[in-house]
Design a protein around this ligand. Structure first.
Ligand SMILES: CC(C)(COP(=O)(O)OP(=O)(O)OC[C@H]1O[C@@H](n2cnc3c(N)ncnc32)[C@H](O)[C@@H]1OP(=O)(O)O)[C@@H](O)C(=O)NCCC(=O)NCCS
Length: 149
């Protein structure tokens, strides 16, 4: 598996995987917007046959924070460590872009996902009341990035 920066020509496959992976609807131009803001924070995982295996989309805020917005792997590739690999790759690139920490939000009910992020070194730093459109609370998780000086 190879990880590289997203290209606009990946959009159709990325959009297809997003539709298959999430309940929420995303517009294709949202992915292009993220790409325009911070190309180094939009990564795709490419399978040996050249297909799309997964993606991660993030933003970078002015206060030195990277934020994971969306991450997904093709269903048949989940559970084998590739999601961990993709997030670690994102971390290195965020660090190289000068980010001091990574943050993300997730639904309060997504306990399995919360444990996945905990294993990756994220800690819950806040509760976001009625954060989602259906009224569900959110959890805010963060991970500081280490500097090797
Ligand atoms: C979340 C996701 C990217 C993790 O990638 P992965 O390669 O499956 O993860 P890894 O193999 O590195 O790690 C396995 C852990 O991922 C988590 N995980 C795996 N599949 C999952 C799923 N369908 N839903 C939630 N968490 C999942 C679990 O914590 C699992 O550990 P466990 O089996 O001990 O519970 C991937 O499962 C996925 O695409 N899920 C659907 C989309 C999604 O929920 N994205 C996150 C919100 S934006």
């Amino acid at each position: 598996m190879m990880v590289r920066e997203f290209r606009p020509s990946d959009l159709e496959q990325v959009f297809g995987l997003a539709r298959a992976s999430f309940d929420e609807e995303y517009r294709p131009d949202a992915f292009l917007y993220f790409h325009g803001q911070w190309p180094q924070g939009q990564l795709v995982m490419v399978t040996p046959d050249g297909g799309l295996g997964g993606f991660i989309f993030g933003i970078r805020t002015t206060d030195g924070q990277a934020r994971i917005m969306l991450v997904a792997l093709r269903a048949e590739l989940r559970g084998g460590g590739l999601g961990t690999m993709l997030i670690k790759d994102f971390e290195s690139r965020a660090q190289a872009s000068g980010c001091a920490r990574i943050a993300l939000e997730l639904r309060h009910s997504k306990r399995r996902l919360m444990h996945f992020y905990q294993r990756l070194g994220f800690i819950t730093v806040g509760m976001l009341q009625s954060y989602y459109s259906d009224g569900e609370d959110g959890l805010l998780m963060e991970k500081p990035l280490q500097w090797n000086i």
